[in-house]
Design a protein around this ligand. Structure first.
Ligand code: ATP
Ligand code: MG
Length: 426
């Protein structure tokens, strides 16, 4: 019979890798907590209309990347391709707007893309959103928070912050006209996708990776020249705040985002270490989205980081945590030894919860169990046989260095370990 394999682009994360993921998530949740952000847990499936209305009909995501299906009731549902839409839906629905609100979430996202290194069909994001604050100080806060995260993870060196302002919707409309009139004169030199976008979503052409289109764009009008006064001032203030905090950045006037809801500040953290999948974190302001989704108008700004890409950077930085090795491996031979060891271990786990203790299960001789103990990498073995069970004692054996062993009463076990295991001291 043929074996069933995972869906293309949807990967297992095995224990050897998950240490890195846990570290990323632990550091992120601590940093976010330190800045006053609360975790929100959101459904993975939403009404398809939510994404069509927020991300935009003529974006890559909505046009060709969504996992949409009809449920048994005939309603169109979609596996979330990103987190902002659901988060906005949730803050409206739960009445969380009205005062400033700082939130974060994490979890799997789904896009039907061509799988490659750093690009999956099920991938994971940690997303951060701030609602109800219109001023660029909150944009700066989000960027500083992300910069701190890279430092604490030890990956700051390879990352560059790119910034742009895409202005108000009206300013963008003015720019859009100028761009279309320039590009229309060179329509034949544009790649096929860009030709199509010229009518539907011309700003996305700025994002094209096609060399001919890129060359054409070198002389195209620049968004910066069309910015409205307020966006210009906010952008200048954001840069001042980043300068004050000594966070370096480059202004990239071609930076636009692939989702329709952004305005004013947009930013990306990029690296040249991951090939074409160079953006590890991206976001910006989306002041119109809350109202667009039926809420009372509220300014908002947020970003999302790609966990797969960050894990690749962590691995490359050799910042991978050491594999988990038990402190203690427990050998037990015989029925009464098994009972005695289970009883003693439950007490020991309560007394010293920081210890990683692996109980031998499945029986076997002393020789085979001790071999397992050695292979486990544990520093210590606790050994129970029928004699120890009868006398209410245990043999403690050091497995590394000058290995010796001692037989002690079970009642003295916790104290004995505290006195002998270095990680339990201080
Ligand atoms: P890209 O240009 O690489 O396709 P994007 O602009 O579509 O990225 P966003 O929607 O802004 O990405 O998502 C934020 C981050 O999530 C990205 O910067 C990236 O790190 C990560 N990400 C997006 N799509 C994927 C994917 N298919 N696989 C892995 N990570 C992804
Ligand atoms: Mg994409």
């Amino acid at each position: 019979m043929s074996t069933i394999r995972a869906i293309r682009g949807m990967n297992d994360i095995l224990p050897a890798e998950s240490r890195c993921w846990q570290r990323l998530e632990a550091v992120a949740s601590r940093v976010l907590d330190n800045y006053g952000y609360g975790e929100i847990r959101l459904p993975i499936v939403e009404h398809t209309a939510l994404f069509r209305r927020s991300i935009g009909e003529v974006t890559d995501i909505v046009e060709k990347e969504m996992y949409s299906f009809d449920d048994r009731n005939g309603e169109s549902l979609t596996l979330r391709p990103e987190g902002t839409a659901g988060c906005v839906r949730a803050v409206i629905q739960n009445g969380l707007l009205g005062t400033p609100r700082r939130l974060w979430y994490s979890g799997p996202m789904f896009r039907y893309e061509r799988p490659q290194k750093g690009r999956q069909r099920q991938f994971h994001q940690i997303g951060v959103e701030a609602f109800g604050i219109a001023t660029p100080d909150i944009d700066a806060e989000l960027i500083l928070l992300s910069a701190r995260l890279w430092r604490e993870l030890g990956i700051a060196d390879g990352l560059q912050l790119q910034l742009n302002s895409i202005g108000s919707p009206a300013a963008r409309q003015g720019y859009r006209e100028a761009l279309v009139s320039y590009l229309a004169r060179h329509r034949d030199s544009l790649d096929e996708d860009s030709q199509r976008r010229l009518d539907s979503n011309p700003l996305r052409i700025l994002d094209s990776k096609h060399p001919d289109t890129q060359a054409l764009l070198a002389d195209a009008p620049v968004l910066t020249d069309y910015l409205d006064e307020e966006s210009r001032l906010d952008f200048a203030r954001l840069r001042e705040l980043l300068d004050a905090a000594a966070v370096p950045y480059v202004v990239n006037p071609r930076l636009v985002r692939g989702l329709d809801y952004y305005n004013k500040t947009v930013f990306e953290w990029v690296t040249d270490r991951l090939g074409a999948q160079g953006t590890v974190c991206a976001g910006g302001r989306y002041d119109g989205l809350v109202e667009q989704l039926g809420g009372k108008s509220a300014p908002a700004v947020g970003f999302a980081m790609g966990q797969e890409r960050l894990v690749l950077l962590l691995e490359a930085a050799a910042a991978t945590p050491a594999p988990a090795v038990p402190d203690i491996y427990v050998v037990n031979v015989g029925a009464s030894a098994e009972l005695a060891s289970v009883r003693a271990l439950e007490a020991l786990r309560s007394a010293l919860p920081q210890l990683r203790i692996v109980q031998h299960t499945g029986g076997g001789s002393f020789k085979s169990q001790l071999k397992r103990a050695d292979k486990s990498g544990a520093g210590w073995a606790l050994i129970w046989g029928e004699d120890e069970a009868a006398a209410d004692t245990v043999v403690v054996r050091a497995l590394r260095g000058d290995s010796g062993q001692e037989q002690i009463p079970v009642t003295a076990l916790a104290d004995y370990l505290c006195a002998h295991i270095t990680s339990l001291q201080g």
